[in-house]
Every structure is written in C-alpha cells, then in structure tokens.
Design a protein around this ligand. Sequence first.
Ligand code: NG1
Ligand code: ZN
Length: 543
Amino acid sequence: MDVDALRKQAALHAKPPGLAFHYGTAGFRMRAEHLDHVMFRMGLLAALRSKQTGAAIGVMVTASHNPEEDNGVKLVDPLGEMLAPAWEEHATRLANAEDPDLPRALLRIVEEAAVEPARDAVVLIGRDTRPSSEQLAQAAREGVAALGGRLHDYGLLTTPQLHYMVRCRNTDGRYGKPTLDGYYRKLSSAFAELTKQASRSGDERASVKVDCANGIGALKLREMEPHVSPGLAVQLFNDGTKGKLNHLCGADFVKTHQKPPHGLEMKPNERCCSLDGDADRIVYYYLDAAGAFRLLDGDKMAVLMSTFLQELLAEVGESFSVGVVQTAYANGNSTRFLEEVMKVPVYCTKTGVKHLHHKAQEFDVGVYFEANGHGTALFSEAAEVKIKQLAESEDRKGKAAKVLANLIDLFNQTAGDAISDMLVIEAILALKGLTVQQWDALYADLPNRQVKVKVADRTVISTTDAERRAVTPPGLQEAIDSLVSGYRLSRAFVRPSGTEDVVRVYAEADSQESADSLAHAVSLAVFELAGGIGERPQPGFTR
Ligand code: NG1
Ligand code: ZN
C-alpha cells in the first residue's frame, strides 16, 4: 500500500466533520451530500474483501425506497449474498475513521481479516437512477483503483441484478452469464418454459400494470419486455419520465399507506404491482368489484410460492426439507394458514433480509419474505441437482420436476428481486389458472396497523424472541400483554427501527378499528415508558 498516494487520494474525499456513519441492515444510507468519503472508502473495502476472498465483490450505489435526495451503498459478497457481519463492522469503522487515520484503519482490517494485500482484486459496480449516483459511483471506483483493484462498471442496474452478476462471476458461469443479456435470457427462457406448460389454450396473454417508482426498475423492465412479451404483457407506469423517485409511488408507499400509487389508473380486477426504487421489492394489488383496494404483500407472495412449491415437491416424491421464513411483521393469518392448512413449517427471524436469507439456507427449499415484499426462494445444491436429474424423465414425476427446475432458474437465489418475483408469480398464476382474486382469497389478512413513536433514545428498547417481546424498558412488555388481552385475535410488538430514528409499533386484531386502537394504546405505553419526545401519540395514526 502506497500510504502517501492513498493520503492524497483520500484528501479528495474528505470526511465531513461531526457525523456518525453506520453500516446498517441496508448498508450506509443518508443524504447524498454526506456520502462521498463513504463511497471512496467502500471502494477500498470492496478491494480488500476481494483480496481476502479471492473472489469478485459487488458495490451497489442506491438508497432503495428512500427519498431521491438520499443515497447509500451496499457491498455484495462472493455468492451474491449480503456482506458478512464481521465486515459490516470493518465498514462502519472505516467510514468513521478521521482522514489522517485512514491508512491505519485499512491496515487494521488487513491484519484482523488476514487479507493478502498483494492478491488481485475484482470489484463489480452498479448504481440506481438517483441524480447523485453517478458521482458517488465515481468515488467508489477511485477507492477500488487506489488499491490496484480491477473494476467492472455495469452502470445502471437493479440491486438484485448486481447480486446476480457477482454470483455468476464467482461460479464460472454456472449460475448464468454475468451480463444483462445473460440475466434476461436466464429468466425469460425459464418463464417461457413455464408458461408454455400452462397451455391454457385460447386464453388471453396475462397482463400486468407495473408502477416502477420512477426508478431503475422501469429501465430494466423495458429492456426485458421483448424477452417475456410472448407470455406476459407489461405496461409500465411511473417510469421516471415525469415524477420523482419513490414520491407517492413504489412498493414502500403502497405497502405502508395501503393505497394505490399516484400515476397508475386502475380498473376493477386489473392486476397491478409496484416495485421499489432499486427493484428488490414488489407488492401486488387490485381494486375489487366494489372498488375497494386489495393489497397482496410479501406474505401473500410467500403463501402462493410456498404452497405451489410444496405441491410440486409432493408430486416429485423426494423428502426435501421445506421451510418458510417470515418476520414478526408477517400477518398472523398468513402464518396460521401456512402452519395449520398447508402444514408448512414456518420460522420467524429478526427484521432485515440477511436474517431471513440466512435461515432459509438451512432448508432444501427455503422461501423467505418480509411483509413489505422483499423475498425469494433458495434451493440447496443437492436439491437442485436431484430435481434437474428427475426433470430428464417423461413421466408424471418428471413433469413436476421440470416445472421445479424452471422455477429454480426463475428465482433470483441471491436476493429478493422484483422482476424475478413478478415472473414467478405470473408463471404460478398461469400454471394454476388462478386470477389475482382467487390468489387473494387463499386466506384473509387480519386487519393491522403500523405506527411510529419518537423517543429520546430508541436503544432503551431491547427485544427478544425474534423481536416479538420487549425486554427493556421494565414494565413495557407487561403493559403490551395487558393491552393485547383486551382484543380478539390480537397481537402487538414494538422494536427500534434499524433505518430511522423511531420506534415501530405493530398491532393486529379482528377489525381495523381494534387494530388501530390497539396500535394507539401501545404507542402511548411506549411514549410513557420509553421516553417519548414531542407530541403524545394521537388516535388515528402516524406512519
Ligand atoms: P426498519 O427500519 O429496521 O424497520 C425497514 C424495514 C425492513 C427492511 C429494512 C431495510 C419494515 C417494518 N422494516 O427496517 O423490513 O426492509 O427497512 O430496507 O418494513
Ligand atoms: Zn429496495
């Protein structure tokens, strides 16, 4: 490492004084103007991680569903997974090191993580459509170059596309070709095979309206469209030509407000969906015949996907282990339906995709979804090999195995992927001959409400049991238990957000009024017992 050269470079990416940086569940995320030095240093860190693992590492510049003025960065590990926890700590320390201490901070990582400094480094970079993203990506590129790393800049990509590229590069093409064309071809040929098998002769081609959150999803879906158009008509809205990124639209807006996005006209029973700002989340929705808005979120997708996979696995007849992974935010009725009706084992982890992904890896077939629409399915290598082998035969088993084999290719097994999930959902609906209403009718969501409470220090709340019970402050859990017991089919929990300076309160009950009133009562308990600041929570709700 040429320390003088590094110091000079680093001086061009000076750390702003007085700010603290944290590599959270979604990497670094804040106002774009504070992030230049973070990007440069994440370029350095990606080069070190690559030297340590001997594999290509990804750097994605995005702040997902945050406002357009924000930006962020996440690193992608060799198999397309999220960065390992020990390296999240290195990332946090590196981002917070004062400028003169930067070489020392780097050397510490080299020593602690046993990095081989002389080894080659390869870093793949992608970015979303934010106005700040190109310049921030440039800072990251300079960081990679400062440690002599080789760069492959993919330019504009969805987050899951970058995860895909990293995995392809590190598996010698076994996962697919590390190009956009390779991604589109892999997904679209699996989709074409599946919809061919649907063979509902005479049926019209399915059609879906897609709200692209004015983000990268619009560009990439437009590129993909010709590949899938024989089986699916996609109509793009909020494609970035008029509106602002994530403003009054996108998956996060639709899920948290439980209403349609601006910029997309719906007629009753039309199938619609929304992507988020970096296209790793998706939610479906429609207006029913009476004009009421119906949301099909991550839980509904997990149910459709896991029950379909389970049916196919039963036909194939192998004893694969299956698990569905959710968080405490999963609707209670989705969990009940999976466990009691479908007899699928369900597991609950802490909020944050990396926890779900990790748990899902324990099964031959692991489906995971956050209620907000981030999720996918993972298949063990043994299961994939066996299924692809069985798919060679022409009997009934072979037919089911063929469907499974194509689904394995259609799922993005590196991360939740809105484009891939959409094609999986469309393929399943086509294969089962289901309308969106019939899918929705598999089970009824319990009415629920999510609210935020501002407190002086949200770390006074600590939780256990996958965030479903509060350990501190004293008396809070008892207060929640007593409030919950006053409602039917009720459940409530609180946790400090990992991405915002608030405490999140979630409540569900047998009616919307009950869910709202329970959420309000619990927010008052949080306000009183956990040091609320500002105005006391009012009835009605704050998101
Ligand atoms: P926090 O702010 O920790 O609740 C939110 C989402 C997570 C996850 C992260 C990262 C909810 C309730 N929480 O986390 O699921 O997506 O952002 O983006 O939706
Ligand atoms: Zn996202």
